[in-house]
Design a protein around this ligand. Structure first.
Ligand code: GAL
Length: 351
């Protein structure tokens, strides 16, 4: 079940942090802290009807504040993923962001949405509404952006995440959730034998700094073809340049869908637990990240270690570096317009 709530209560940057527990009639439970709007745990049942926590994370706020793996479970923004050379132009003005990932900008910068305390606007046993106002110029982005994230746990075992935002100046936006999953249970070893399906006939190849080259390439005949379920590990070592660039899978898949349509983006199954995770989204892409930077040095919940590739992320998103790639779906949010996006993580048992 969820870690102790008392480990998450702290005054931080003038706000109070806490742990919020959502539960449904099937005994599924999700806990979220307003520090970084993070999913801390997601407990469901395996094929033996034993409770299993499938989100990799930490036991206390202190651990989230001190780890070197800073994105666990968090909402990422204002721009999830990378922006080349930390720079982009919008309506004729060039904006310079922090280069916090080699020469590039990553995940909204050091003071991104993962590292701020969100206001808990309302909560009940199935819902949590979080809000954050990102100041004009914060981390280099233009416009005061008001963002809300609503987590809702349904009796259909879906965790629905609804993102909304509005800015007073035209800006760019790309929001995701960075939960690390292990469907056999967090800390239970490699995810390479998990089965994975991704609803994508194309992906965006990357250079050695993980920036899209701008190509939209077919997955057919490559290691990126997950259109028929295969294990995550099946082709991971057989990879040519692309998987070396990503140190494993760290790539954006172009989902087969119409703009704004909610579709099944991916499905993963834990080979030992039988737990299946369906990911639905209105976003045009999903980043598959296979825990390639996990080093086994961080102590996870219940004393487990964050071993290499012992988690995967399916980060629903717009494509990386979209502000510099005019042929990618736009991430521009015009002043006064409303941004809305939905992602659903649904758990079930594979029959
Ligand atoms: C992913 C990103 C990876 C790595 C990871 C966090 O979203 O694509 O390259 O930065 O987050 O370690």
């Amino acid at each position: 079940m969820a870690p102790g709530g008392e480990n998450f209560r702290k005054g931080l940057a003038g706000r109070e942090t806490d742990l919020f527990i959502l539960s449904n009639s099937n005994g599924v439970q999700v806990s979220v802290t307003n520090y970084g709007a993070r999913i801390v745990s997601f407990t469901t049942y395996n094929k033996l009807n034993e409770p299993v926590d499938i989100v990799v994370g930490f036991d206390s706020l202190e651990d989230y504040l001190t780890t070197d793996e800073i994105y666990h479970g968090a909402v990422i923004g204002r721009y999830a993923n990378r922006i080349k050379n930390g720079s982009f132009s919008l309506d004729g003005i060039t904006y310079n962001l922090q280069k916090n990932n080699g020469p590039n900008h990553l995940h909204g910068g050091p003071g991104g949405f993962h590292n701020v305390v969100w206001e808990a606007v309302s909560s009940d046993s199935k819902n949590l509404l979080l809000k954050y106002i990102s100041a004009d110029g914060e981390e280099g982005f233009p416009g005061t952006l008001t963002v809300t994230v609503r987590y809702e746990l349904t009796d259909e075992n879906e965790l629905k995440i609804n993102y909304n935002a509005e800015s007073d100046k035209t800006t760019v936006i790309n929001l995701t959730n960075h939960a690390y999953f292990n469907l056999n249970g967090q800390g239970s070893g490699s995810v390479l034998d998990h089965l994975l399906y991704i609803n994508a006939d194309h992906y965006t190849p990357i250079d050695s700094n993980l920036i899209p080259t701008g190509d939209i390439s077919p997955v057919a005949g490559t290691a990126f073809d997950f259109t028929k379920s295969k294990t995550i590990g099946k082709d991971i070592e057989a990879l040519k340049e692309q998987l070396i660039n990503g140190n494993g899978y760290d790539h954006n898949f172009v989902l087969n869908k119409k703009v704004g349509e909610l579709v099944l983006a991916a499905k993963a199954v834990g080979e030992a637990s039988g737990i299946a995770l369906d990911v639905f989204t209105t976003e045009p892409g999903v980043q598959l990240y296979t825990g390639n930077f996990m080093k086994g040095v961080n102590k996870l919940k219940r004393g487990k270690k964050d071993e290499w590739r012992s988690a995967f992320c399916l980060e629903t998103q717009h494509y990386p570096d979209s502000p510099n790639q005019p042929h990618f779906p736009t991430t521009k949010l015009k002043a006064g317009e409303t941004f809305a996006s939905q992602t659903i993580y649904k758990v079930s048992l594979e029959s």
